[in-house]
Design a protein around this ligand. Sequence first.
Ligand code: FAD
Length: 535
Amino acid sequence: MKILIIGGVAGGASAAARARRLSETAEITIIERGPDVSFANCGLPYHIGGEIENRSALAIQTPESLSKLLNLAVLTHTEAISIDRKNKSILIRDLSSGTASTVTYDKLILAPGASPLIPDLPGIELPRVHSLRTLQDMDRIMGDLKSAKSALILGGGFIGLEMAEQIHHLGAKTTLVERNPQVLPPLDPELAKNLATALSSNGIDLHLAESLTHIEPGLTACFASGLRIQTDVIILSVGVRPENFLAKDAGLTLGEKGHIRVNPFQQTSDPDIYAAGDVVETKDAILGSYRPLPLGGPANRQGRTIADHIFKGEKALPYPGSIGTAIVRVFDQTAAVTGHGESFLKRNAIPYQTVTINAASHADYYPAAETITLKVLWTPETGRILGAQAVGKDGVDKRIDIIATGIRGQMTIDDLCHLELCYAPPFGSAKDPVNIAGFAACNLREGLLKPIYDLPKPDSQIIDVRPAAKAQSQPIPGAKNIPLLQLRSRLCEIDSSQSVFTICQMGKTSYFAARILQQNGFDAHSIIGGAHLNL
Ligand code: FAD
């Protein structure tokens, strides 16, 4: 068995390692354009900021160590140029000597990844304008940052946010500009506000809804609104595009955005050619449509699936499709997502219901509990979970991982209510935030909770049920304060001829208040997420 692998990092190296563990006799060759294989791309921002001190920690394997460990050939500085499917061969070029040659395969694995999107705008090619994909990009950025007093990051996605945080650690005046009206577009806007606050309160100069038009020499970034930012270094992190030219030229089936379409065994439209990682689109495990997901976890697991299928055939464990689970830290805030958010579901006209709760990361009577804001979305008809998102200082990763597992298990909101999770005061609560989200979702479905997702107009009948001191220190426009404990004795102060909107700090007490009111004949609605989310 002659296996040829294009790309020697996440997907390619995983496929190679698994293939060797399944066959000591297979002839395995990795073709890699760069000087490195199997390096930790995800760690690059953290070496730039100094959190990962040793550069060598990022090189998980060198070409030599990988070659020895797995007994395979690693050709670095070598680019695959084209595929001859008929003769099962590829044309490669040694980038040092320029020499071209042909190598044959029985099975070909494409794992060439995705390259950073470089907008075609005047000045984009100027020195000190960078993108970040390789160790060499990282070295160049670090070189320029040594003498930089300021840096501008274009793009507030996962990598842009990480870079803003890390460059700020170095002491440079850091500016982040995002084209959308919020950072981290996979997160819904009301949760993304926390990240914007974390950026601004840490001294990052944040500009939203700004479109770059060009960059002037001397390094001034110019935007459509007239905004101009003079800076010493620019980092472009505005997305990635699949490196699909080999597949495209070979006539393999591509999806709408140019990703290679694969089946659950990662086979392309040519069964002897597999593909993994950022270059592919797989089935969306929730909706069944195709979706690309340029993340490290899927790339690694898809690589493994390929080797399994080559050696085990139909007995291999198929890749079950992607869910879309991702996380980012922005100073003291963490944001994580799994499945689909409200913005996506709305855009695609997919029916959903949603609830957002605020709950403590562990028992609130035990020191250092932090608030987690957790939003869950589900299908109205079946209750099946479509997605979840969370922000907070602690415990966000755990809750989103739990719900990601639930999505993989096709769980419903009812299942969330009775998940039995770890509890001792330092770790969790007797009712974990995930259980509470399940309870709130079921209450909503049963009509016990009538949700309102935004602050109503100030001329509506809004009852603030927080303690008087809190209501005074953080007033809610148009609200009358009747603390929960006084509500039953002050019902006569509420006009039963019009709707009532209850609000509290976290969204829980307002639900209790709305239940009291509903059972006394009022049309009462609870404002989801309380003042914590809406003010
Ligand atoms: P890659 O890892 O990009 O490897 C592809 C390789 O193929 C490259 O080395 C390239 O040189 C080579 N190649 C391409 N074309 C050819 C050719 N024609 N001939 C020869 N060689 C070729 N994901 C997460 O899940 N979490 C994170 O925190 C995270 N952080 C990231 C931070 C940064 C800065 C970056 C850049 C990415 C991050 N990612 C993260 C994404 C993750 O690294 C990718 O999803 C993953 O590496 C994709 O694996 P891949 O094998 O498809 O491609």
